[in-house]
Design a protein around this ligand. Structure first.
Ligand code: GLU
Length: 411
């Protein structure tokens, strides 16, 4: 197993926490693996008439605090360890923000960019056929993740309802608005990240900050836009094809048009291409919004930003985290920084249950309240245990999960 194995790293973090907060052995042992893990094969008849069999997973990590909750990722690098780690982080995430849900995650090994729309639809429906007995609005509730979107959630909901008979919109979140989605869900991950970024900026008394954003997908591009609209100078951004820099700040409106047209931020006329790594730019804040393992033992020392926001899940390896910590960097961890997505997913479920839908401003107000309050609670744990924000967030989450386990009589 490589030293960047996500689940090994996630368990190491838990081990570190165990000693720090004197975590009871009976709780610790139950957090070492998912409660249930399913591997499925999904045969899809491709447009050329041939069958291709895709491998998929669903990991149900913990339902101590409520139904399993977490997205479904379609990506060529999906694997068992990644899905397990992501499902554990979901259990911690829902606990950090105090919503009554547990943690789960799903994934399919596929590059969806290589599929036609009808192949993608068949795969999405096939995945639900394979896992539908394991999910339900009060059991396990999937949502979008990397390379999945509301359209895919729409197909999945439809398939679930066909299989089980009847309307059940709360079984999946991140749906299109026309079939029970929530206002603001499409940009809630970035919006939530922005609320906590602002809290961190206040705590650290940063002024006239320059920001770099790694990753220009749903989370990264939206975050860059929100930052620019709120007067932050976004000087550098990157995607999988390249990076760009402009010391005066990038113009987000024209950049979005450029990305739409060319498929990348690279070679944008309003900026210069970055030769080196986006991580090494002279900035005050670095937003990590790509995939896992972006910051590693090999590159962590060269990061200049004082404040790092993990909008992706697990972008910093365990070893890199220790380097950043020693260098005095403030890292706002994924399980807090990107929790805005699942918070609005929870709001979506509540709206589905009531069959009554909220105004956008009401969703945002409630999201802001949860995110700023959670930031404060994590900060207080960090101070209490004289540690960093990640360990503070883990402490808060594990204490809450442990309490639920006790109250259920599991220990
Ligand atoms: N995939 C998102 C995450 O990693 C959202 C999960 C959800 O809404 O359930 O937090």
């Amino acid at each position: 197993m490589s030293h960047n194995d996500p689940f090994v790293g996630a368990l190491k973090q838990l081990e570190k926490l165990k000693n720090l907060i004197n975590l009871e052995e009976n709780i610790y042992q139950q957090l070492q693996s998912p409660q249930k893990f399913l591997e499925v094969s999904i045969p899809v008849k491709m447009d050329n008439g041939q069958i291709r069999v895709f491998k998929g997973f669903r990991s149900q990590y913990s339902n101590a605090r409520g139904p399993y909750k977490g997205g479904i990722r379609f990506h060529p690098q999906v694997n068992e360890s990644e899905v397990k780690a992501l499902s554990m982080w979901m259990a911690l995430k829902t606990a950090v923000v105090g919503i009554p849900l547990g943690g789960g995650k799903g994934g399919v090994i596929v590059n969806p960019k290589e599929l036609s729309a009808s192949e993608l639809e068949k795969l999405s429906r096939g995945y639900i056929q394979a896992i539908h007995k394991l999910i339900g609005p009060n059991v396990d509730v999937p949502a979008p993740d990397v390379y999945t979107d509301p359209k895919i959630m729409g197909w999945m909901l439809d398939e679930y309802e066909k299989l089980t008979g009847g309307g059940n919109p709360g079984v999946i979140t991140g749906k299109p608005l026309s079939i029970g989605g929530s206002k603001a869900r499409s940009y809630s991950t970035a919006q939530g990240g922005f609320y906590v970024l602002q809290e961190a900026v206040k705590k650290m008394s940063l002024h006239n900050v320059r920001v770099a954003v790694q990753g220009f997908g749903n989370a990264g591009a939206t975050m860059a836009n929100i930052l620019a609209k709120n007067g932050y100078k976004v000087v550098a951004v990157s995607d999988s094809k390249g990076g760009i820099y402009n010391s005066e700040g990038l113009d987000m409106t024209t950049l979005s048009v450029h990305k739409e047209k060319t498929g990348s931020v690279a070679s944008f006329f309003g900026a210069q291409n970055i030769d080196g790594n986006i991580l090494f730019q002279e900035v005050d804040i670095l937003v990590l919004a790509a995939l896992e393992n972006s910051v590693t033992l090999e590159n962590a020392e060269q990061i200049k930003a004082q404040l790092i926001i993990e909008l992706a899940n697990g972008p910093i390896t365990h070893e890199a985290d220790e380097i950043l910590d020693k260098a005095g960097k403030v890292v706002v961890p994924d399980i807090l920084a990107n929790a805005g997505g699942v918070v609005v997913s929870y709001f979506e479920q509540v709206q589905n249950a009531y069959n009554y839908y909220w105004e956008e401003k009401d969703v945002l107000e409630k999201l802001a309240k949860i995110m700023t309050q959670s930031f404060d609670e994590v900060w207080r744990k960090k101070e209490k245990y004289n540690t960093n924000m990640r360990t503070g967030a883990y402490a808060l989450a594990v204490e809450r999960i442990g309490q639920a386990m006790k109250d259920r009589g599991w220990i």
